[in-house]
Design a protein around this ligand. Structure first.
Ligand code: ZN
Length: 134
C-alpha cells in the first residue's frame, strides 16, 4: 500500500543528483533525458529512456511516448550549454510529465541544476542524504 504518485515529494537523494550530473557529463555535448521516480517522498530513481538522443527535440519526443507510471514524478534532461532556463518546448514537456522537472546544465557541478514545476515555476528541492547504503 503506497501513496505513489500522489504523495508530495520533499527532496531528491544526493546520490541520484550526482548520478544525473554524471549522466550530463558523460552525454556531453549531447543531451540526455529521463524520467524521475520517487519513493517515500524522495526522488531516488531515474528511468533512463532508451535511445536518447542527439538533440533536445528527439529527447522530448521519446519522453512523450513513455507510459506513465504512478511512481514517476517528473523528468530530467541536460543542457550542454551553461543555461538552466527552460525553452518553450521544455515547458510543454514539464506540463505533461509531472510536478518535478529537473534541468542539469554544463559544466554539471552541484550548482548546475534546477527544478521546475509543471508551469515553469522554480521549486526549491532539498538535497537529501540517505546514507551510503546503495
Ligand atoms: Zn531543455
Amino acid at each position: 500500500m503506497t501513496l505513489a504518485g500522489k504523495s508530495k515529494v520533499t527532496g531528491i537523494a544526493r546520490d541520484l543528483l550526482n548520478l544525473l550530473l554524471e549522466a550530463g557529463r558523460s552525454s556531453h555535448p549531447r543531451e540526455f533525458a529521463a524520467l524521475l521516480r520517487a519513493e517515500g517522498g524522495v526522488i531516488t530513481d531515474v528511468l533512463l529512456v532508451p535511445g536518447t538522443t542527439s538533440n533536445e527535440t528527439s529527447a522530448r519526443l521519446i519522453l512523450s511516448n513513455m507510459p506513465l507510471d504512478p511512481s514517476i514524478v517528473g523528468s530530467v534532461h541536460s543542457h550542454p550549454v551553461h543555461d538552466l532556463r527552460y525553452s518553450a518546448a521544455d515547458l510543454d514537456m514539464f506540463g505533461s510529465k509531472g510536478a518535478y522537472n529537473i534541468i542539469v546544465a554544463y559544466p554539471y557541478t552541484e550548482r548546475d541544476w534546477i527544478c521546475y514545476g509543471p508551469r515553469g515555476l522554480r521549486i526549491d528541492l532539498p538535497v537529501v542524504d540517505q546514507g551510503a547504503a546503495g
